[in-house]
Design a protein around this ligand. Structure first.
Ligand SMILES: C[C@@](CO)(OP(=O)(O)O)[C@H](O)COP(=O)(O)OP(=O)(O)OC[C@H]1O[C@@H](n2ccc(N)nc2=O)[C@H](O)[C@@H]1O
Ligand SMILES: Nc1ncnc2c1ncn2[C@@H]1O[C@H](COP(=O)(O)OP(=O)(O)O)[C@@H](O)[C@H]1O
Length: 289
């Protein structure tokens, strides 16, 4: 008999508060320094275990074939690795814009790995899950660890940090920017000097992809020009979303209320520990009782 739908598992967004490109490794991947800020909002996923081996997504994403969906790929990867004989039906409650530099797809993959590791009783630890996740995307490990962190290498060397709590207005210019296209561009600067995390100040850092993306996509430039008038603002990841930083939720709401209707947006709080990490700890504590 099939099991019941589980409760919802959070799949939060992230911001790259800065993104410096230091060079490239022998495989052509970019060596970065970045500060991953976990946010308290995102998508949600629910899982219903089944007694056949099928992995089914009840609500496919427009433009993404199920076999390419990172949720289905993550579930299949865990099922094969741990020789699981059960299947799963997955429901996705999608809110995060795709290809926005806020990590929606990577976060969905991480939530799938973390949740099914518990539900299928695979008993992998987070380091093992992160290793599996890295084969799906560079940002999957950071969502599995679920902590605001300074990252280097190609993003795999992660050092959790605590930074002053801030509120963010995250605005979407309504376009999709391909990570692969940004990293393939000849004019992308790749020569930033390494910084020491302890010396980090927002205003002394930048996003090395921002000039390239704003030159190629005037919508991103227009949005940034509007936001920077109100608060310190920057593009996240390889775009296209842009964030503005505030000390309080009320200040963020005030600017959101003025945002021209052509741009969608959401407000999120920066958190040290992601909602997924908290959920994993809660589920594990309950199963230990
Ligand atoms: C640079 C970041 C910062 O968060 O950008 P966003 O995707 O969030 O915007 C990410 O690490 C991106 O991670 P992700 O989007 O998972 O990238 P992947 O699927 O692993 O890689 C897409 C393509 O980007 C290039 N790539 C990616 C990461 C990296 N450090 N160097 C690269 O050169 C590779 O050509 C790769 O084929
Ligand atoms: N579950 C998923 N959610 C979002 N995007 C997905 C998913 N599965 C596959 N993708 C693909 O991954 C691409 C990058 O998605 P996303 O992680 O949201 O962007 P970014 O890496 O810029 O933050 C999407 O354009 C889409 O083609």
């Amino acid at each position: 008999m099939d099991n019941q739908l589980t409760d919802w598992w959070p799949s939060p967004a992230k911001l790259n508060l800065f993104l410096h490109i230091l060079g490239r490794n022998e495989r052509g991947y970019h060596l970065l320094q970045t500060l991953f800020q976990m946010l308290d909002v995102g998508d949600k996923l629910a899982f219903r275990l089944t007694n056949d081996e099928k992995i089914i997504l009840t609500n496919p994403l427009a433009g993404v074939a199920d076999e390419d969906n990172l949720i289905v790929r993550a579930a299949r990867l865990l099922q094969t690795t741990c020789k699981v004989t059960q299947g799963v039906t997955i429901t996705l409650d999608k809110h995060l814009p795709m290809g926005g530099g806020i990590g929606g797809g990577s976060s969905n993959a991480a939530t799938t790995l973390v949740a099914l590791n518990e539900l299928w009783k695979c008993k992998l630890n987070n380091t093992q899950l992160a290793e599996l996740g890295l084969s799906l995307g560079a940002d999957v490990p950071i969502f599995i660890h679920g902590e605001t962190a300074f990252a280097s290498g190609v993003g795999e060397k992660v050092f959790p940090v605590k930074i002053a709590p801030k509120w963010y207005l995250v605005a979407n210019p309504g376009i999709h920017v391909s990570t692969a296209e940004v990293f393939a561009a000849a004019e992308l600067p790749r020569n930033s000097s390494a910084i020491n995390w302890h010396d980090y100040k927002f205003e002394e850092t930048r996003n090395d992809c921002q000039t390239l993306v704003t030159n190629r996509h005037p919508e991103v430039a227009k949005l940034l020009q509007w936001l920077v008038h109100y608060a310190p603002s920057r593009m996240t990841g390889t775009g296209a979303c842009v964030f503005a930083t505030f000390a309080s939720q009320a200040q963020a709401m005030e600017v959101q209320a003025r945002l021209p209707i052509e741009w969608t947006s959401f407000i999120a709080k920066g958190v040290d520990q992601s909602p997924l990490k908290i959920k994993q700890q809660t589920v594990r504590a309950a199963s230990d009782m």
